[in-house]
Design a protein. Sequence first.
Length: 255
Amino acid sequence: MPTASSPKDPAIRVSNLSVTLDHHPILENLSFVVPRGETTAIIGPNGAGKSILLKAILRLLPKQSGSVEIFGIPHEQYHKIAHVISYIPQQLNFERSFPLTVGGLFALKSRRTIGMTGEEKTRMYRLLELVGMRSHLQHKISTLSGGQMQRVLLGYSLMDKPELLILDEPSAGIDVQGQDTVYTLLKRIQQQEKLTLLLVSHELEIVMQYASQVLCLNRQLLCAGVPREVLSNDLLEKMYGSPVGHFAHSHPHHE
């Protein structure tokens, strides 16, 4: 189901957003846009408010002031655009003894009370093939590795054909080799499904490689733009509060 906004509208527009929790300011006066059809990454130190920003955008946490629009719709009217948004939080804990299979998880998206329609099964098979997990259809989700679970969740998040996919640390708990695989997969999914991606990441080199826009966050917005244009050693040192070492893109002729 299409959204009511113009294709020229950004996927997300945040204006003067502030969030306070337990009387402590967490986010202060943030303004930025997330372009449609591109990948925007949020980086920043621990405690910078990255996850809280995602939750505030999705109205999972209250804001103190400011405005958020998703596909041109104020997020106070989230019910109007919920069907085109998927969100994968940083941690999803499943009871190890719960006998839910990968196929059973996907069946939770079905319009039927029991089972799935033929169309839903076809999409499930296609998405599991896309994320490389088709052979795990009957496996219990409690037996999956971190990387396998992330792949399954990516496929599951696409069942409703969203236009916007929001991910909090999509490579958390995955080894370094697997991290690159996850982001390569995300890039392929974005292209095939024509998605807008908004994600939190702590991997600077991954952000440089895959993001078309980066938002530098430490309670306030310290930068926004194309990673290779706005990220510098000085900015990163200011944001993280300590030297981050040599950042390769600052000296491309040495690469």
